[in-house]
Design a binder for this molecule. Sequence first.
Ligand code: HEM
Length: 608
Amino acid sequence: MLRPFNWIGPRMDFIPGIDGPSEVVAARATRLPIYSSFAKEGNLSDLFAKGEVFSTLCNVVGIEDVGNIRVGKDVHKVIKPSRLVELKQVFPKEKFLLEFGGNCINMMLEQDASGEDAVRGWLVAAYAAQVQEDRTHPPGPKALPVIGSLLFLGKFPHRALQDLAKKYGPIMSIKLGQVPTIVVSSAEAAELFLKTHDTVFANRPSPQVLKFMPYGNKGIVFAEYGPYWRNVRSLCTTKLLTASKLNLFAPLRREELGLFVKSLEKAAASRDVVNVSEQVQELLDKIVCKMVLGRSKDDRFNVQGLAKGFGQLVGSFNVADYISWMGIFDLQGLNGKLKKTIKAFDQVLDEIVEEYEDPSNNKKTAQSKYLVDILLSLMHQPMDHSKHEHFIDRTHIKAILLDMVSASFETSATAIEWAMSELLRHPRVMKKLQDELSDVVGTNRLVEEYDLTKLPYLNMVVKETLRLYPVLALVPRQSSEDITIDGYFIKEKSTIIINLWAIGRDPKVWSDNAEIFYPERFENNQIDLKGHDFQLIPFGSGRRGCPGLQLGLTNLGFVLAQLMHCFYWELPFNMSPDDLDMTEKFYASLGRSKPLLAIPTCRLLNKA
Ligand code: HEM
């Protein structure tokens, strides 16, 4: 009775993933007659889960080959015969483990049975169903009803997910509330998602707060991947964030930083304790708001305060993002606050636009270097001149401005407070950096932006800071279609989280001292921050990688260099470097939980 396998058995369409008999093809199962009968009918994957399918009785008459089975597009090996024969000889009537592509299935083997092909088909399909089940999801923790694994995340989701990945691997599945989520925690896996299959993961999940934004997803950060996003993105990269536009703002950065240094000199003279976190944040907020909107804080507008409030609300953990029906209750009161902040912001943006459009406004030429002016000068034009679609209107401009402000808010400042904290904890590194600054810049003038390319050790300090403290620790993406990656099936519209925190601290890549701040690790290699070296991707990678990379790095490098060049720094209250609390807080950006306090002493006595 050794015949080629043909499906002639009962209907199989109750097995998930198998549409019916025609989907199941065993290519070479010709020498594998397995006679079996099931004690029960039902959903096979359920039976597998309960172990009931193991009560299958079957008899292996003779085995010379392995069958292949096709389920949908996937071809799977059916059994490993050598193992079967061997086991059957030793345990003729026992439960067996039949190896199947790394998965094991228990079966009872018995001497003889009815010998029908149909029943053999059941068995083969059952294997296939098992494989389909196993491959559907990458491994991960079991989910509780309703909340899934949300409670696992705790106060430090980046760390909790890093710990879980140690157990379940670099591609892990976890259910957060009702949202099926895939967490990516290694450089190799990140490359698969952000480079090899970049187009499939070029979307982002839409947070609930978008519902309250008057401009919806007309900005860039949450725009759906497609022609519109491509147009806005290209507008930002070719008109707003080009190297030449960024150079235009060099005098603004120089001036604001100069004023900041002066205020620190006063503090140094009176040995004041400086709240470095707060003051650096204030400085960067001022620079960003001026650059983007042409103003920061004046009699009429507190753009800075509004932007800060907005950033905090958008970055807050919102239960409704994971359990959507909770949104209507707004238990955290986020919706109300957001509506209020957005309304106030919208009014400010409207006034700025109206001021620009007012023909009697004689301040226009003086202001026309800011990003808002560049955008307003493009009003009513198509975003893409070759296509004549997506004409720029007021809502586009407001949405893009809001994104520019909120995406650059806190990012560089947060990185600077971490760099300063680590330098205070590592006086050797601080001294080496200050020596480099003295050698390259001298001690008679301030650092200028053009010095930055001549400071290799500063560059290493920046990389090391962003490796250990990626400002955006968890990068959100979404799959736009069903896809199998590394043997794992990932469903369309799954949320993808790239855990930059885990990638930057992976001991397999960064060795046993991965947790230690040691800039010299970048001494003899070409690893850069541009998103090609997947072990170091603090700005993300691929088509949705950060378009503000250059601006972010300039702000970070320039401010840090100036602070280190102009001042010696020490911890207050005779605190030893080892006692500095380095706990982070998980928020819109991954900042310090407690502000960094330090005392400056002037270094440059003869500065011009
Ligand atoms: C140290 C500073 C910064 C860091 C570490 C940083 C990091 C990131 C990261 C990790 C992403 C997600 C990338 C991805 O999905 O692959 C991102 C996206 C983005 N960033 Fe930045 N960023 C910084 C500064 C800035 C600045 C200064 C701006 C703008 C002026 C900016 C604008 C954006 C925008 C618009 C996106 C969304 C891009 C898109 O979805 O197409 N960022 N950033």
